[in-house]
Design a protein around this ligand. Structure first.
Ligand code: FE2
Length: 231
């Protein structure tokens, strides 16, 4: 596989709650990995259509069984983020740690606004899909893991930060304090289906075992409503 290019979190990441890095992988590698992931998800994936989450997904456990390089990408993203975040841990719970999501606007796919339960998330895009941007309200609340959460501003008071998926683009953000979702843009031409990898990190060991999660087959099949923190 291509080596993931190095990146370094700057002060802006801590001030603003997010940071975007471009061209970390070559377009050819992104296209190849997107093709492999798309084919794998045609064969087997979790179809989630519940509580505002309508996606195809494949979790880390299944991904690594077929594409070991995904685990290597997780390790490399961790390496670079850990240079700026003390005690940053990879998660042992693979379905939460790593996921591949497939969204197609014409199939009505989207992912409602939510918070993640892990502290930091990095999303690596493999396709050019501006019709399905990630919208972020960064640092809209304080971290509930540190005590009662306090909202810093109302969602409607500010326009979200919009991150358009592009091959090789990585967005890192504070996932428990930044409200985020994939919001369909019908005014933007669709170029290709949206395929991305999500990597989750935390600075403390936490168990997600007894929590429903959209990337677990059992949760999707059971139609659980408690997929991720509600806003
Ligand atoms: Fe999320």
């Amino acid at each position: 596989m291509d080596a993931l290019k190095g990146f370094q979190l700057s002060e802006r990441f801590f001030d603003r709650g997010y940071e975007v890095f471009d061209d970390l992988l070559s377009p050819a590698y992104c296209a190849s990995l997107a093709q492999q992931l798309g084919a794998a998800m045609e064969q087997d994936c979790i179809l989630v259509d519940n509580d505002g989450v309508n996606i195809k997904t494949r979790n880390g456990e299944e991904l690594i069984a077929g594409l070991l390089e995904i685990e290597q990408l997780y390790r490399e993203v961790h390496l670079h983020m850990a240079a700026g975040i003390a005690h940053l841990l990879m998660l042992d719970d693979l379905p939460v740690a790593i996921s591949a999501n497939y969204l197609c606007r014409d199939q009505g796919h989207s992912f409602r606004y939510h918070f993640d339960r892990n502290e930091y998330t990095a999303v690596l895009y493999l396709t050019d899909s501006p019709d399905l941007p990630l919208c972020i309200h960064p640092k809209i609340r304080t971290d509930p893991a540190l005590g009662e959460s306090v909202w810093q501003y109302a969602k409607d008071a500010r326009d979200p930060v919009q991150v358009d998926p592009r091959p090789g683009r990585l967005v890192c953000f504070h996932a428990r304090t930044s409200l985020h979702g994939v919001i369909s843009r019908p005014d933007v031409a669709s170029t290709t289906d949206r395929i991305s990898l999500q990597f989750a990190f935390d600075t403390r060991h936490r168990s997600f075992e007894d929590q429903a999660y959209y990337g677990r087959a059992a949760a999707a099949l059971a139609g659980s409503k408690a997929q991720q923190d509600r806003p």
